[in-house]
Structures are given as C-alpha cells and as structure tokens.
Design a protein around this ligand. Structure first.
Ligand code: ZN
Length: 230
C-alpha cells in the first residue's frame, strides 16, 4: 500500500538526483544508485591511526577520528557538502550522516560515547545562516545511536572572518582562543564525540579540542562528513 502511494507520489512530484539530475526511483533518496557508488569515501574508520587523527591530535590525543567522504574540488562530494552548508539543503546533511552511521554501527567505540557535541558557530553566523550544519549532523548521530546531543557546553565567543580565502597560517591565527566552555563539569570523565561538517586545515577543530582538553579526564573522538587531503 505504502509502496503504491510512494510510486504515485514519484509520478506526481518527481524527485531528482542531486548529482546527475536524473529522476530518482522508488528506494532512492538524494542520489541515484550510480551517483551513490561514485561518492568518494575515505574509509578511514578502518584505520585507527589515520591522517585525520594525526592532524587533529596536535594539542591533545584524540581517541578516534573518522571522516565519511573526500572533499575534492569539483567532485560530487564537494557539491553535496557545499549545498548542505550554504543552500539550506538540510536533507543532504541528514542523508550523508545516515549513510555514515550505517558504516559505523558495528564500531564498539561509538557505543561508548557519552555526548555528541557539534562544533559551534558564533551566534551571529548561526542567525545569518539560519542553522548550524554541524548541529544537524550531531542531532542525527544522537538519534541513530541514542546518545545525548549537548549544545550547552562549548560556545564560540569570537566572530571572525570567513576563512575560505585565508592562507594556512592565517587560518590558525584566526581561530586562536575562539571557543569557551560552559558547564564544563558536565563533561568531566566523559567521552565526547565532536562533530563538524568539513575539515580542511584542521585549525578550528584543533582550537576547539584545545579548549575542551582542559576538562578533567575528558576523552575526545571526532567525526566529520567531509575532509580534504591534509
Ligand atoms: Zn545521479
């Protein structure tokens, strides 16, 4: 009955692939099966000592760090993440997060996480954009693995310029001391999963991790949807 209803809906209101723009068929969501196969996955959740862990453990040893897809310029992955980040296409963020959760569901460490925390945006940027894309990812992970999603423990206190056109050195300088803790005692002795949409230089994540690392006995793991080659 439901199958008939959705088939009818697809005829009346066709949905299109975000990759190749072809009409999606029943069972396909966001991407058609061809584009789905084309997504360039990092597969770094199979390697505990991957390049992402090394890149973001500069100030504090990270337990686990995983990224879902490679963000290469002009690729399908970068097109999807860009649309999610800047075009209000929240459905893409939820879709990619759920695909990644399917791949992580058998990992023991993910079940040991106490809280999921999104890398915060400054309140002015969040108001301008209308949402924090990392919070959407964090919320989906929380729902999927039944982990509490906290938004009351870390805050972005400096509103700084967009980093997209900055040099690597400029980016690191730009994000120094931009985060502050609130209710830090809630995170004492806890294993948290810090979530971001995209890691490029790792500057913002490292800055946030440095701030969180001052909390007694905290353990930190990191999940991002996309990563560039770092
Ligand atoms: Zn397609």
């Amino acid at each position: 009955m439901f199958k008939f209803f959705y088939s009818l809906l697809d005829v009346l209101l066709p949905r299109y692939c975000y990759g190749c723009k072809q009409v999606l068929v029943l069972g396909e969501k966001v991407l058609c099966s061809n584009c789905f196969v084309e997504l360039s996955r990092t597969m770094n959740h199979f390697n505990k000592n991957n390049d992402l862990v090394n890149n973001i453990s500069i100030n504090f040893p990270i337990k686990h760090a995983v990224a879902f897809i490679n963000y290469d310029t002009n690729s399908l992955s970068s097109h999807l993440i860009h649309k999610f980040k800047y075009n209000d296409d929240i459905i893409i963020g939820k879709y990619l997060t759920n695909l990644f959760c399917n791949e992580l569901k058998d990992k023991v460490w993910i079940k040991e996480i106490d809280y999921v925390i999104a890398l915060p945006l400054h309140r002015i940027r969040k108001a301008t954009r209308g949402y924090n894309q990392s919070e959407i990812i964090a919320k989906e992970i929380g729902k999927r693995f039944n982990i509490e999603h906290r938004t009351d423990c870390v805050k972005r206190i400096k509103y700084n310029k967009s980093q997209t056109k900055m040099s690597k050195e400029g980016r690191w300088k730009n994000v120094e001391n931009i985060f502050a803790l609130r209710n830090a005692s809630l995170l004492e002795g806890k294993h948290i999963l810090l979530v971001d949409d995209l890691v490029t230089t790792g500057a913002s994540l490292n800055s946030c991790i440095k701030t969180l690392s001052t909390i007694k006995d905290i353990q930190i793991s990191v999940l991002v949807l996309g990563k560039t080659i770092i």
